[in-house]
Design a protein around this ligand. Structure first.
Ligand code: PMP
Length: 372
């Protein structure tokens, strides 16, 4: 598209009777470039193992026979399998699924946010939160973190008490910084939100990559009816293309989401894919250990280059210490390596790839920084 074209398309957009709170916003747009080494969207870069591909293919073929009918609106088998996978005494009644955890978060804001309501989160955090807030006409309140991007229980709870949001969105491990929150933060936030019946959502998209000893907020669910933990099959399960996210919460939370979901929102093909994958989760999760090893290699490699990587409980590493982060981003791209410039000066974020991709990244970075 030429500059003239984009100008005219912007003018055409501005001429539409768009809702005021959507005017001037940019859509989610992580670059999808054709590069040799794509490490910019925190996907699992390991392909789906052949035996899982086979199982998914057979399951989808079976589902195809009855595609003339609407799918099971309650995705009963899938909720059962997800509960079994998560453990923690959860049952199908505690589970809900949608097309990616993005849709889960959208449904949560549709049910518990909306016009006249607010959602509090703590940037830098997942870039979709403000967009999901805008899309559901929920006021987005940007909380504050420490200078090192940390969030303490006392600070988080004080901000919750001050803003009294209808929904608090905690991201753990946090994207883009990669570090998990201590459960003391979740507990303190829940307690503060209890004073005004606020919902607390912990986005655990990257939970399976956590360092040993990091505990999931799933352990806090008993006795906390307004706590929600969201997960996804996009990362550890290597199924970003299948679009399958889910949550665990008290059964009444899933009842609330039944009020806002579209009828039959989870296609028979999605259900068949996820059900087959969950029967092989042990094979799928084998790569998680390899990815964690590559992640740790990146942390060590970055330190050797004199850079400052954050502690990572995820499949990516956020690092600082760059004089001109955008120039480094461009230099890496010239070497065929795409990482993410998250807009924080001096910092970049890189996804842990396969061993070869990780080597390509570390080698390219050394060259770009002239530190070979
Ligand atoms: N939460 C976080 C923190 C993420 O980083 C992402 C994807 N990058 C998502 C949720 C959404 O993932 P999906 O919709 O693929 O489940």
């Amino acid at each position: 598209m030429s500059t003239d074209d984009s100008l005219s398309s912007q003018e055409a957009l501005a001429a539409l009777p768009l809702r005021e709170n959507l005017r001037g916003l940019s859509p989610y747009g992580a670059p999808q470039l054709d590069v040799a080494v794509a490490l910019n969207t925190n996907e699992n870069t390991h392909p789906v193992p052949p035996e899982v591909v086979e199982a998914i293919t057979a399951s989808v073929a079976e589902a195809a026979v009855t595609l003339n009918r609407y799918p099971d609106r309650e995705f009963t088998e899938l909720r059962k399998r997800l509960a079994e996978y998560l453990g923690h005494g959860l049952s199908a009644d505690n589970l809900w699924a949608a097309n990616g955890s993005n849709e889960i978060l959208q449904q949560l804001l549709q049910a518990f946010g909306g016009p006249g309501r607010s959602v509090l989160s703590f940037p830098p955090t997942y870039s979709m939160y403000p967009l999901l807030a805008a899309g559901t006409d929920t006021a987005y309140v940007a909380g504050e973190r420490g200078e090192d991007f940390s969030l303490t229980a006392a600070s988080a709870a004080a901000q919750v008490s001050e803003h009294r949001p209808h929904v608090v969105l905690l991201c753990s491990p946090n994207n883009p910084t990669g570090t998990a929150l201590g459960l003391d933060v979740v507990e303190a936030v829940y307690e503060a939100a209890e004073a005004f019946d606020g919902m607390v959502v912990v986005d655990e998209a990257y939970a399976e990559f956590a360092l040993a000893g990091t505990r999931s907020a799933l352990t806090l669910l008993p006795g906390r009816p307004r706590l929600v933990v969201t997960r996804t099959m996009s990362k550890a399960f290597a199924l970003a293309g299948a679009r399958l996210g889910y949550l665990a919460a008290a059964p009444e939370v899933t009842d609330a989401l039944r009020l806002v979901r579209l009828p039959y929102h989870l296609s028979a093909v999605s259900q068949a894919t996820a059900n087959a994958a969950l029967q092989h989760y042990d094979v799928l999760l084998e790569n998680v250990e390899d990815i964690k090893a590559q992640r740790d290699r990146i942390v060590t490699g970055l330190r050797e280059l004199g850079l400052s990587p954050a502690i990572s409980d995820s499949n990516f590493v956020f690092f600082g210490g760059l004089d001109d982060s955008h120039a480094v981003w461009r230099g890496l791209l010239e070497h065929g390596v795409l990482v993410r410039d998250v807009g924080i000066p001096g910092h970049l974020r890189v996804t842990a790839g396969t061993e070869a991709e990780t080597t390509a990244f570390l080698t390219a970075l050394r060259e770009v920084l002239h530190r070979s």
